[in-house]
Write a protein that binds this ligand. Structure first.
Ligand code: NAD
Length: 260
């Protein structure tokens, strides 16, 4: 019960990593506000939580929405934890063909959203003496070949933003860290493809399953694997940890499993 009596915000909480993290924080005593553009998914998560999860329709590319989400949690007794996590694949265009508009849209969704999440959480946390912020980066921030360029650059930005914000906000007793997921079975691979239900679940499982063959730990990554790392970073167990990241990727960034 590391979050008993605490309030947390989770963006992208209607699905995947955000959903698993919201449920994990609630399991450990928190009351959670999830922000997402998926209203049906968001309401579904809220309904299964005995009133411990509140859903607020939030588009993280709209700064006013982020501000309102942080304010809602704060108004209920003070904002303690923020997980800036919402995202999607972004532009798949190569660097020699991408348009300025696609570039900007991807950065707004994946990087500016995190900057604005920190921007609007920090003053509220400062006012109550501190807090913990965790941002979702990716193994795409650490190496080539994991995701398209615009996405990977945004995630590398999230990592550097995390270290800079940690340095700036330490004087207010606010810790800022990131998590770098590897291939995790969620809807991110299939969102926008127009497939639903069983077919979508099969496709989601297949992609993380294929990646697993190249990993030292040869199973598909689960949203709960990331939720556990986020819960650690957000908790007082990590009270001496700031400006860094945890990679949760089945070992894929260290190279293939050795056969000798
Ligand atoms: P997911 O599709 O299951 O969940 C993402 C959630 O973000 C969805 O509920 C979606 O509706 C929401 N979202 C998308 N755009 C939004 C917007 N503009 N405003 C608010 N909400 C929005 O995918 P996921 O894998 O759980 O993704 C969560 C985070 O993890 C993302 O930042 C993603 O880049 C990152 N990530 C995922 C993986 C992976 O393999 N699944 C790997 C590395 C990083």
């Amino acid at each position: 019960m590391r979050f008993a009596g605490k309030r947390a915000v989770v963006t992208g909480g209607a699905s995947g990593i955000g959903r698993a993290t919201a449920l994990r924080l609630v399991d450990e005593g928190a009351e959670v506000w999830i922000g997402d553009i998926d209203e049906a998914g968001g309401r579904d998560v809220a309904e299964t939580s005995n009133g411990r999860i509140h859903f607020l329709r939030t588009d993280v590319t709209r700064t006013g929405d982020i501000e309102a989400l942080m304010a809602a949690a704060d108004a209920a007794g003070g904002l303690d934890v923020v997980f800036n996590n919402a995202g999607a694949g972004g532009s798949r265009a190569r660097i020699d063909e991408i348009s300025a508009e696609d570039w900007d849209r991807t950065q707004a969704l994946l990087l500016r959203s995190v900057a604005m999440g920190i921007r609007h959480a920090a003053p509220l946390m400062t006012a109550r003496g501190g807090g913990a912020i965790v941002n979702t980066a990716s193994i795409a921030a650490l190496q080539t070949g994991a995701a398209p360029t615009a996405y990977s650059v945004a995630k590398a930005g999230v990592l550097h933003l995390t270290t800079l914000a940690a340095a700036e906000l330490s004087r207010h007793n606010i810790r800022v860290n990131a998590v770098c997921p590897g291939f995790i079975t969620t809807n991110i691979f299939t969102s926008g493809l127009g497939i639903d239900g069983e077919k979508r679940d099969q496709a989601n499982g297949m992609i993380a399953g294929i990646a697993a063959h190249a990993q030292p730990i040869q199973r598909a990554g689960r949203p709960e694997d990331i939720a556990a790392a986020v819960a650690y970073l957000a908790s007082d167990d990590a009270s001496f940890v700031t400006g860094t990241h945890i990679t949760v990727d089945g070992g894929i960034t260290i190279g293939p499993r050795h056969s000798w």
